[in-house]
Design a protein around this ligand. Sequence first.
Ligand code: AMP
Length: 562
Amino acid sequence: MKFKSLVELCEKLEKTTRRNLMVSLVSDFLKGLSEEEIEPAVSMMLGRAFPKYDTRTLNVSWTTLSRVISRLAGSHWSAFHQAFRATGDVGAAVQAVFERRRAANKQATLLESPLTILEVRKIFEGISEARGEGSREKKERLLEALFSRATPSEAKYLTKIIIGEMRTGFQEGLMENAVAEAFSIPLRDVQLASMVTGDISEVAYLCKKYGKSGVINLGFKIFRPIKPMLAQMAASLKEVFEEHGGKTALEYKLDGARVQIHMSNGEIRIFSRRLTDVTRSLPEIVGLIRDELRAREAILEGEVIAVGEDSKPMPFQHLMRRFKRVHEIDKIAESIPVELYLFDVLYLNGESMIGKQYVERREILRDIAGSIPLTKQMITSSLSEAEAFLKAAVEEGHEGLMAKRLDSPYMPGVRGRHWFKIKETLPPLDLVIVAAEYGYGRRHGWLSDYYLAARDGDGFTIVGKTFKGLTDEEISEMTRRLKKIVIKEEDNKVIVLPKIVVEVAYNEIQRSPKYESGMALRFARIIRIRDDKGPEEADTIEVVRRIYESQFYKKSRFYGEE
Ligand code: AMP
């Protein structure tokens, strides 16, 4: 195929913004290419001399290239700056130079034989191979040979490819569409293959050569780690439900280290999140996989956590000590036991799993995991169930939750909205107002500052105070209600019967001598008045203490205290 055809295609792409038209133009073009031409053509259309995975580079700077072109153009080089000012596009400016030159010397390019796509690639290869002494001259000679055979529009696109700025508006995503259309392969398979290999030009080649079967199992080489799928932070559980279509799978988010486990016929390797081989630091996990996994070949993902004697998760640094340790692994394995919780399966017995939906992968994982536990999970469409699950996760000493879209594929290396992480927020407390103070200024005459208490045996113990959260209207109504239940008046303060329950948010629970409970909520604010709850349903002081302790525990994990 002539390079000219690729150039004409690019010119058409530049003239339209209609995506469908672009895709069908490129797809038609791909159909006309031979096997060998596919990858170079796709790479070039995306502004690359070589495929992405290729380590070769041209290493040609604009200074070098412009020197070559100006030498070829002679006095016509002056057109460059003018054209560049007019278009802002280096390629278009080079084209203007070549047009000027052609107009002056009609025969110069007509005598040359036209460039083909494969020839252009071959010259690129020559340029990339030029190394050491005299390499600059060699590169320049090759560039000169290339450009001296180019028409003005070919010169434009050669320049664009060399400097890596195609600007036709035809990006990788659209190329995936075009490849799918050209070779009649489902778009989803092409997209997944492109994600795994990281390069659509390689995928295009495989589609042409092998059809669908060439790409559905693509990218998996046992013992070559795959980029992990990542999660986005969710603002709230409510947001998660909205994004995931009203129903989602929640999993405990364990605060450990992510591992990717590769197994083939009894040989096992474990990779860290950063894809380094940590097999030697985790002998008991290797043993566990060997004993339990019911598969011949598999790539799995899970989280490894260190556990204490109480079988609660231990500080993260303990785990890191395990990973850093190279010597006396057995000794440290005894003092810092670890547990593995699996959460995904990417590949199984020769078949890729990543295109399958989350729910299906999870089921398959359960089938092969033997006695190895999976991360604790629930599928729900209820916000209150989700909130309770989050609360439970945090109370058990975990970081929070992951929410996974039920029908989502595994997308290597992608941080999208299929997976959300839900940050731990301290659970709100239902507390009883036991006293109140009159406000100042605008709030003069209103009982606007409230003492909040938790249930303590038969009585109530104060754990905080707040004037935040209620509207003026609510404060005036609250004043009216409180006045009816006053037991005692002291200066600016009233003691009231413990009747009114409010839901309270706060940032942390501090140790404080201010109240008898010894604890004080920091930045407390009323979320709503819980008229549906009586004081006997308020949270107890034990609950407050538990949250206080769990938060302390979390902090120590963050700051490295023990
Ligand atoms: P982050 O590192 O904060 O972006 O959160 C994502 C990390 O949470 C992953 O890389 C895993 O190491 C970890 N994680 C813990 N539990 C799970 C789970 N159930 N599913 C997926 N990732 C998890």
